[in-house]
Design a binder for this molecule. Sequence first.
Ligand code: GUN
Ligand code: ZN
Length: 432
Amino acid sequence: MRVYRSALLRFADDGTAVYDEDGLLAVGPDALGRQRVVAAGAWQALASQYADQPVTHLPGRLLAPGFVDMHIHFPQTDVIGSPADGLLPWLENYTFPHESRFAESEYGQQVAPVFLDELLRHGVTTALAFSTSHPASVDALLGEAQRRHMRLITGKVLQDRHSPDGVRDDTEQSLIDTEALIQRWHGVDRLGYAITPRFAPTSTPEQLRGAGELAARYPDVWIQSHVAENLDEIRWARELFPASRSYLGVYDDFGLMRERAVYAHCIHFDDDDRALMRDTGAVAAVSPTSNLFLGSGFFDYASADRVGFGYGLASDVGGGTSFSPFHTMMAAYYVGREGQTKQGLSLSPQQLWWQHTAGAAKALGLAGVVGNLQPGCEADFVVLNPQATPLLARKTVQARNLGELLFALIVLGDDRVVEQTVISQAKYGSSA
Ligand code: GUN
Ligand code: ZN
């Protein structure tokens, strides 16, 4: 058993932030040796029950759930900051050429630890990631995540057309490889598999059909793709699949809309698309730094809430510009402000934080498992230092309530704030 005394942030089931300025977190091993939260709450209320335990006291620090990144590209770690007129030229000129390097399995093995170090340094403890079309890229990433006891989900990208040599796969082989990877990795330790058609324009109908068949046969495997990100992309998808009602409708027509299906972006939707998301249980990975960087558009929070489909936050590195959840939450706030002029919406810091922790976990079907620090959750958490920089120290000392504290961290924070990242069985960071 380990007992921590610190300011403590967690979330109620309805998404409300629960804050104890002087909190207690007790964690202990389950039957698998995985640390889980045993108790969380006010120090005053709980301390007597743990009087015989040594206490790790973290004065001036904030203990909070590890962040959950709902959509990120492992092979695009080095693509960050590649400017382009928009999504399609960005893919053609930077992304596809770079991803072709992962044909060499050694290259993936070299990048995987860099990628996971970067996630952990920024306080991200769970991610749903794209690998490349090369099966060895999945082995490289999941093998490294397994060594670190991380909760990580990824999949081999399916892209059998409109893709250059080096990343294009073969229809039949791609489906055989996907099934073999599901059997090798899904549910092993804390790892999961996601069936990963890149996006409708780069898959033949046969490949999408095969992906949908696998999704039906393996219902607890995730599905991930992109949709309605960019106007040129949408035009192209509509040309290629004229029989479908909309771009999102293509995925529905091939059996790729269900719970545990995660679609990045979901910007240019109509209400029928939103209702399809809601009714199938598919969710959106909102990727605001990517959408602002590539000029794709603004996720419509008000319409998503009005119709009622699930979503959470994502970096979308390397279309996204940062691994930092603070930067992503800041960008989501800007996106919400853009919507505000039309729909009267302003996202609170508590909502933004929820979207990147418990809300993202809920959208992934992992509520009560990660992204929160309620009893029973796996003990993945961060220790944040609200005095990490001179300006943050000035600002946070003046915070009069939780909202002001979280807003200061969102606006001024980055990896310097993340003092420790603790994974259920291991610990990373600067101090013990
Ligand atoms: N659409 C298809 N592939 C990609 C990708 O790698 N990144 C983004 N942002 N959108 C995509
Ligand atoms: Zn993406």
